[in-house]
Every structure is written in structure tokens, then in C-alpha cells.
Design a protein around this ligand. Sequence first.
Ligand code: PLP
Length: 380
Amino acid sequence: MDFQVLKDSVYSSPAFVLDEIEVTKALEILAELRTQCGCKILYSIKSLPFSAVMDMAKPFVDGFSVSSLFEARLADEVLAGQSSIHLTTPGIRQDELDELSLLCSHISFNSLTQHQRYSETAGAQSSIGLRVNPKLSFLHDERFDPCRQHSKLGVAIDELSHSICLDQIEGLHVHNVFSATDFTPLIKTIEKLQQHLGAGLAQLEWLNIGGGYLFGQIEDHRPFVELVNKLKHDFGVEVYIEPGKAIVGRAGHLVATVLDRFVSDGETIVILDTSINHNPEVFEYQRQPELHEHDPDGQYAAILAGCTCLAGDVFGQYRFKEPLEVGDKVVFKNVGAYTLIKANRFNGYNLPDIYLSNSLRVKKMKHYDYQDYRRQWLAD
Ligand SMILES: *Cc1c(COP(=O)(O)O)cnc(C)c1O
């Protein structure tokens, strides 16, 4: 991505730019994996459920994975019945079950109680599975760790191995990492599943090994290919993966414009026309996003801050070769996943416009305006 060209061709600000070339690259890597080992690929739409991404993904994937009725409806609208939709969530509601099971080819219940309550109804339309919690932590931050103490995600593996439910399901779902850049967690997870469930795995039709692996940032895919081949050979199961961030993480960039610059207690503050409300994980996890203009050797330091009234609405301190001036544009890079979907209009600031860029052009795909804000907040 040529960020200078991007800044010149994006004519409204703030803007979220989706790089079609990066999305395609990520999808091609996954398609290559599928050729090598026959795994099935689902796009986990919760990372960015934008129709342009789903349209791009559609020819490359075997379906989408979803976590709610609205996601399932949107997935169905895009897929138009052409591929499968897989659901797992702790939040299944009785009043949505019929529609969910019509829309979703596969449902993995999050608990034994959920399974007991709903599997008979849902099983008439959908292939039923269970989310298993392998009780293997690979993450230091427990806010991301599905295998933390007292986890709400999935049936504990030792409980499952003693449950009669194992005979009543067609699939298992496991998801226990976030942004992993090697396959060690996966190998250990599958080992543990085999130890506890043994031949029980051979009774299954499918095994969904979740998302969380950044395939594009992992050099050697052979351990994955071998593992999937072995699972297919030993147990005769279909193996699904459901990446989200691996498809869109490096394909989304947030362009913002400098509104003001001043000095506060000796540090330069630069106010942007975006805010952490356009990328809430910056605040939630106190994580500083990459900035294209940042130069570690630059002699001008500045704290980039958002335009809302929250004191902590700050992206962090960066360094620049030239001082930033009012009107300059900056680009937060690689913020494609879990950014726009979490964005909000706090303080009444509009959401970013969405652009799609490829080698030929940068095109505006979506614009929000006052009417969207008004519709959200005026009582019916
Ligand atoms: C969020 C999630 C995914 C996608 O995770 P990424 O880290 O974006 O790849 C897949 N499966 C489940 C169950 C999830 O909760």
C-alpha cells in the first residue's frame, strides 16, 4: 500500500480504508492451505462484517462463521444459500432458535445445559456440535483467554470426556488463541483433545479448530498441513478453520486529519478528527496502534489524541521527521480487525467513511451522516 497515494486520494476524513489487495492476498494464502490439506475455510465475520469484505471472501471460502442472529442474517444475505454458516455463542435465545437453525448449517453449543435445552429443536435443521474448552492457556492477558479460570466459553474437556453428549453430537468446536504467530498452541490443543476424547473423535463428522491464527504472518505452514492431514486420516473428520483477523487485520487503515496542535506541560499534543471511539481497543487494552508517519529517529515527538471530551482519548506518543501541521493527514496502519465493528458515535462525532482501494483506484463505499445518528437516538 502506497500511503502517500492513499492520503492524496482519500478526500473525506476520518476514513477507514480497506485494501482489496491485502484482503485478496490473505484469502489466497488460505486457499493454498486448503489445496494442501483439504481444510475448510470460514470467514469469521465478527472482525469486520462489511459487505465488500464478505463479497471478496465468498469465492475463496466454504462459508462464514457467526456469533448471533444478526450476523447470521447478514451472512445469509451475502451467501444467498450458496455456502454454509456456522454458529457458536454463549448467548443463544429460545425465541431465536428456529430462525438460527434455519440459517445456520452448523451450531456448536457453548455448554451442556444449552445443548440439553436446544439440541433437539436445532438438530432438525442443523448439524449439532459442542464448543469444548481444552483448558490450555496460551495468552498472558486473561481478557483474551477463553481458557482462563471460571471461563464461560465451552464445555471443560474433562467434563466432556465423561458426558454422554459426546454420542449425540456431530462436531466439536475449539477456539483458544488470539493473534497466534505459530502453530504450537494448535498442536498442543489437538494432543489434549486426543488424550481426553481418544476414539470419540472418530465418531465426529467435523472438527472446527477456530480462529486466532495469523496465517499470513506464519512462515512455515507445514505443521498445520500435517496436523490436518493426520486428523482427516485418523478420524475421518472434516476440519474447519474460521479466521477473522488473519483476513482483514492488515487490510484496514484509518486515515485522520490534524485539527489542532499545542503544548501541554511541555509535550506537543496533536488533536485528530478521529478518536479512540473509532478504534476502541486502543483504550480497552491500552494498545498503541502503528502509525505510518512514525519515525523512531524523528526529532519531533507528539502525543496523538482524539477529538472527544474523554481525557484518556489518546492514541499514544509518536515521533516525526517534520512537525505535524493542522490539515496534515496521518494513517493508523493494520487496524482492519475489531476496529470499525466496535466504533461508535460518542460525543456525536460521525463514524469514518469507508473506502475500498485497489491498484487502480480508491473508491468511497459508505458514508454516514447526521440522519444515521438521529435515527439511532430519536425515540420511535
Ligand atoms: C473471534 C472468533 C474467531 C475469529 O478470531 P480471529 O482472532 O479474528 O481469527 C473465530 N472463532 C471464534 C469462536 C471466535 O470467537
